[in-house]
Ligand binder design. Structure first.
Ligand SMILES: Nc1nc2c(ncn2[C@@H]2O[C@H](COP(=O)(O)OP(=O)(O)O)[C@@H](O)[C@H]2O)c(=O)[nH]1
Ligand SMILES: [Mg+2]
Length: 186
């Protein structure tokens, strides 16, 4: 069984906890021993409010999903999480442009540490005031026409099929990059 660890990053209210909860609801395995390698590492240092979800896919992949902690300042928890991950989803609330600059800080923090596949998930697209994907992508510093920009999709974290769609896209990116080494679990 291969394990893929993914981080769900984004500003407060972007939908990280909902995303993790939605995917885990029916698939949490061994809920009494959720302390995996990363959470164990973190808990040695402090009590953390970390979202953790796990889903076992038919393809024989064990997916471990970590929602980044709620506080806005980057600290060692972010550092550990991202350095142990194979990929990440950046959630961006489309109706909260005031959070875009913090979201750019997240991208830059991660880029300075790791080069791993990522996708951008636009949430709250159903909410009043939601901006168009092109506007958001350019506000995050990407060029819509750049072939190297990360894939962007709408994600509704409350909707299981939408969350799954995002994860399938992410897994596709990871498995197509042969330099990403997934962990082997018994
Ligand atoms: N309408 C709508 N609500 C959403 C969407 N994504 C998240 N929410 C809601 O936004 C609120 C904040 O989500 P939460 O997961 O706590 O955000 P977090 O701070 O990133 O963990 C919750 O009430 C979610 O149900 C979305 O795409 N559409
Ligand atoms: Mg949260």
């Amino acid at each position: 069984m291969k394990t893929m660890r993914s981080v769900i990053a984004g500003a407060v209210g972007a939908g990280k906890s909902t995303f993790v909860r939605t995917i885990s609801e029916r698939n949490v395995i061994e809920t009494d021993c959720n302390a995996t390698d990363i959470t164990t590492l973190l808990k040695k240092e402090t009590t953390v409010a970390l979202d953790f979800g796990r889903v076992r896919l038919n393809s024989g992949m064990d997916l471990h999903i970590y929602g980044t902690p709620g506080q806005s300042r980057f600290d060692f928890m972010w550092d550990i999480l991202i350095k142990h991950s194979h990929s990440y989803v950046l959630l961006v609330a489309a109706h909260r442009p005031e959070n875009f600059s913090y979201t750019r800080e997240i991208i830059s923090f991660i880029n300075q540490r790791v080069q791993i596949p990522m996708i951008v998930g636009l949430t709250h697209r159903d909410c009043p005031g939601a901006l168009a994907p092109e506007e958001i992508i350019s506000a995050l510093g990407y060029n819509m026409n750049d072939k190297n920009r990360p894939p962007v999709l709408n994600v509704n974290p409350t909707d299981r099929s939408s969350v799954l769609e995002a994860l399938v896209l992410l897994m596709g990116l990871v498995t197509s990059q042969s330099d990403v080494k997934l962990s082997q679990t018994p």
